[in-house]
Design a protein around this ligand. Sequence first.
Ligand code: SF4
Length: 486
Amino acid sequence: MKVEIIEPHGLCAGVNAAVAKALSLKNVYCLHELVHNEIVVDELKALGYRFVDSLEEVPEGERVVFSAHGVSPDVRRLAEKRSLKVVDTTCPFVAKVHRAAKAFAGKGLDVVVIGDGRHVEVKGIVGEVGKASVVGSAEEAEKLHLPGKTEIAVVSQTTFDAGEVGRILEVLRRRYRVVSTAEVCTASKDRQEAVRRFDGDALLVLGSANSSNTRRLCEVASCRTFRAGTMDEVRSLDLRGVERLGVTSGASTPERFFDEAVKFLRNVPRHVAIIMDGNGRWATERGKKRGEGHIAGAKKLDEVLGWCAERGIRYLTVYAFSTENWKRPREEVDGLMKLFARMLKSKTGDFVRNRVRFRMIGRRGDLSRSLLKEVERLEKLTASFEREFIAAISYGGRAEIIDAVNRVKGPVTEETFREYLYAPDVPDPDLVIRTSGELRVSNFLLWESAYSEYYFTDALWPDFSEAEFDRALESYARRNRRKGGV
Ligand code: SF4
């Protein structure tokens, strides 16, 4: 997936100045959220900020911050009456709209505000004028009823959709003589135009759900859109099938969150597959039984699952037991099968708690009835979870292809053939890691790994460390995956 940054994006000058001013204060009150962004709000809370919905909640004489999108004169009067020390972060562009609306009303003109009547900025402008009509769409503009009026003044919410403002103005100009030019602010307009121009498969807008300009960016895009306000939300996005993703952010989204999200989207493989090799050698080198090596290997797998979760890796497939492994001594095979059954039982709580879906790929008919029952129980129990742990048991890449061929009916293409594989809906692995110094594919995911990147390490599986795992991810992130293209 190609991740493209859309410019301009992110913090506008107004919000930037408001946040900078707010961060220099501690233990103060703030009327409403300073900006509609949970990351910024949490940061201010950590500085002792108390957010209130009304000035009545602020004790007399205390300091209170007004947000970038302004307040009405009523609110200012109340602040004065209660002797509050006001820190006003109203953006100069918003203040200019307030002044214009007030001047038009002063001349006896009816003022029409284009915007969302519920938004704090629109409430502020209406409060400035005393009485104003609010229209949010061309349809509402058609229905606007101002008896006996032929001349009106129109102003706009600074973050409204610039295209919609144009459409509304067209209607109003047809019906009235409009004596003003309503415009959204340059920052909002530039961000919306950049999004409109983007012609990729999908757009990701980083910003909070309650941020008006973030929602607006989602609305004006001409492709599929996603929105995420936190890294958890970014990590849980389902971007399957997206080849070109544009990333932008709302005017109140901090740049550090933007950078982290882009880094994540660009660098982290979605699907990591591991050939967990070296348990037996690890045990032999320590004078232990091979079975003890497998137990140590199972513990390592537990750790790796945690590392994947922390790094936002959505799919982890591990080569637990190959079709060739049945040739191993009976005692070792029996021990391994018992270990699998024990693990599935004892880890059920972890899978559910961490919302990890368990799946098995391989020849199910080779498993004992009791092990298969455990596999199917856990698969059913976790079927609705988003992250996936896929265990390849009695698995062989050739066997998978042969099993698929035997089920195929009629001619197939590469795409339709994959429907016959063991887990057709799982994306191909981006990165395959093999431990223990062997430089072979060993019949693992032969079809699925056609374009996978490989990483080999000398570490025996029980010794595989988090630092080594990160080295594998870093190596992957540096590679240019052209998949046969240029
Ligand atoms: S979006 Fe525009 S009006 Fe609103 S704070 Fe930013 S620069 Fe000011």
